[in-house]
Design a protein around this ligand. Structure first.
Ligand code: E4P
Length: 218
């Protein structure tokens, strides 16, 4: 399973990248706005910086919601760097646009996915990645992981090539469950990635080793 970090914050991207296990970055308009990035020039520059920091796919989301707008914006985003993946919302015009991008060699990430039906449509349109929003499903008292399992089953059965990118991750447990359910990629906040490190027996064991190492040093 590939690891993406889900943020537009450059310090967090650097920290995740320094771990040496990062395969890419996802952003969305809310994450970009949180960093105070405004205007096309600043947005493009920010994506360029992220692409320079990380050697992996970087999802850049279109702001348009109509077919022509999505195409024009997607073409410009894709031209920023070969690692840019154009993130397109799961709407009718979005699906049409994904088909166009697929036919024109531009990779896509279909976002805001909440059902298996939507997953089938995106795969049929040729999306490179599909982003089911696990945490938001859990927030509404459904089981987001069940959806990952269902889509994984359907994609295997039907031979779809679209990669399942588990998104809206809220915890380290979500990452483990996404891996179990067959997600190809997990995009996570930095805290959830760091959460994978935690185990009290590791801390206790290390404290004892460090103490005993002092004895060995005389
Ligand atoms: C990723 O591609 C999504 O934009 C992101 O994971 C959404 O996460 P949230 O539900 O925590 O906003």
């Amino acid at each position: 399973m590939k690891f993406f970090v889900d943020t537009a914050n450059l310090d967090q991207i650097r920290e995740a990248n320094d771990l040496g296990v990062l395969d890419g970055v996802t952003t969305n308009p809310s994450l970009m706005a949180k960093e105070g990035i405004k205007g096309e020039e600043a947005i493009f520059r920010h994506y360029e910086t992220i692409c320079d920091l990380v050697d992996g796919d970087v999802s850049a989301e279109v702001l348009s919601t109509d077919y022509n707008g999505i195409i024009e914006e997607g073409k410009k985003l894709a031209a920023i760097h070969p690692n840019i993946v154009v993130k397109v919302p799961m709407i009718k015009d979005g699906i049409k646009a994904i088909r166009w991008f697929t036919e024109n060699g531009i990779r896509t990430n279909c976002t805001l996915v909440f059902s298996a039906g939507q997953a089938i449509l995106a795969a049929k349109a040729g999306a490179t990645y599909l982003s089911p929003f696990i945490g938001r499903i859990d927030d509404s008292s459904w089981d987001g992981m069940e959806l990952i399992g269902q889509i994984s089953h359907i994609y295997k059965l039907q031979g779809f090539k679209t990669e399942i990118l588990a998104a809206s991750i809220r915890s380290a447990l979500h990452i483990v469950k996404a891996a179990e359910m067959g997600a190809d990629v997990c995009t996570c906040p930095l805290d959830s990635i760091l959460g994978l490190l935690k185990h009290p027996l590791t801390d206790l064991g290390l404290a004892k080793f460090v103490e005993d190492a002092k004895k060995m040093n005389g």
